[in-house]
Design a protein around this ligand. Sequence first.
Ligand code: AMP
Length: 206
Amino acid sequence: MLLGPPGAGKGTMAGGLANSAGLAVFVTGDVLRAAIAGGSELGIKVKSTVEAGRLVDDETILSLAQEFLRTHSQGALFDGFPRTIKQAEGLRSLLSAEDELRVVYLDTSKETIVARLGARRVCPECGRIYNVRFKPPRNDEICDDCNASLICRKDDTDEVIKSRYELYLAETAPLVNYFSEELLKVNGDLPGEEVLEIVRGELCPA
Ligand code: AMP
């Protein structure tokens, strides 16, 4: 699983790591955003919570994770889950004795987070993530892969970024200690490609 504040680069890391390690990726934020866009019962329930940058209740998130693990028993990469101690306890209870849990912690400064999230753009078609300062698309605000106009996430406004970071410190940062036995700590301030190389070297040695 990937642990770190919003903007630590978990999404970028998930794509790269899943390919190398052959894991199915569970991105809770993407699942929730897709449910909102599709207007499903889940989407209607979580819309205001997600758009305000608050946390969806543990029970809802744990049932999504449980379903994902049930259908992907060969290995999974979690991006954005667990985010509370209760979810972490829930994850442990879903794993069997043979399962090996590894936790990659992207230790990232507040300055980096603010700089990244304010400039983050996402392709609404394929989900590819860009940064208009550090990793811009070839053509202004247009996805390199599918030509769609890039969007700014509703929860990437200055005010919501600040409250998501505070929520991270209060609810999610304690997981660093909770998972101290399984933790691989990496400097999340480094460029994404460098972080990916370090993590690949540790988790997927040739
Ligand atoms: P993310 O894309 O990971 O930043 O997630 C976007 C939003 O989805 C968060 O701000 C929360 O509202 C919600 N969310 C994603 N993962 C979780 C989780 N594990 N627990 C509760 N809420 C979540």
